[in-house]
Design a protein around this ligand. Structure first.
Ligand code: ADP
Ligand code: S3P
Ligand code: MG
Length: 175
């Protein structure tokens, strides 16, 4: 039985790599954000705005527990998922966890063009965004570092790089 959780900061490539990796090993793919959006018929942005972050995190934990029961699955979590409740412990208890480690400069480059979908980032200027990423990584490091595996996900800018990353991840996990 294969149950893999990909974790890491926003823009680390959890969705991009998770989708390609699941396809490569022929296992169903679940993106936790998309799962939540489908389940509640609302975007993550709407859920954040309407309920506030604390309530979103509870809902996210409940949905994590739901997908954590599925057998044979690759799950891309949200960037904050490992950092609330005992979510990291939960994931380590029922599957293999991977931290997608990406340098803050690369995260900045990726996120400055993709911040509108992310409620935590949408109103930030470039300068604010850069500082915010560095500080958030610092705060979140103790959680991300609990993952069983660490993977360099800094190379996802082209189809070729994604394919190469998929093979490297496969090797890392021995699959
Ligand atoms: N070639 C690229 N140029 C610019 N931005 C990119 C490129 N490839 C991916 N991105 C952005 O980088 C981010 C990483 O992808 P994603 O899989 O959504 O990360 P995560 O799920 O970890 O937040 C995405 O927001 C995407 O828009
Ligand atoms: O880091 C975070 O706190 C969040 C990351 C997002 O997921 P991605 O990491 O897939 O962007 C999404 O769950 C929400 O906007 C909050
Ligand atoms: Mg994602």
């Amino acid at each position: 039985m294969i149950r893999i959780f990909l974790t890491g900061y926003m823009g680390a490539g959890k969705t991009t790599l998770g989708k390609a990796f699941a396809c490569e090993i022929s296992v169903p793919f679940i993106d936790l954000d998309w799962y939540i959006e489908e389940r509640f018929h609302k975007s993550i942005r709407e859920l954040f705005t309407e309920r506030g972050e604390a309530s979103f995190r509870e809902l996210e934990r409940n949905m994590l527990h739901e997908v954590g029961e599925f057998e044979d699955v690759v799950v891309s979590t949200g960037g904050g998922t490992p950092c609330f409740f005992d979510n990291m412990e939960y994931m380590n208890g029922c599957g293999q966890t991977v931290f997608l480690d990406v340098h803050p400069d690369i995260l900045f480059r990726r996120l400055r063009v993709a911040k509108l979908q992310r409620p935590i980032l949408q109103s930030k200027t470039d300068e604010d965004l850069r500082t915010f990423i560095v500080e958030a990584l610092d705060k979140r490091a103790p959680f991300y570092s609990q993952a069983r595996y660490r993977f360099d996900a800094g190379y996802l800018e082209s189809r070729g790089q994604i394919d190469e990353s998929v093979q490297r991840l496969r090797q890392l996990l021995g699959l």
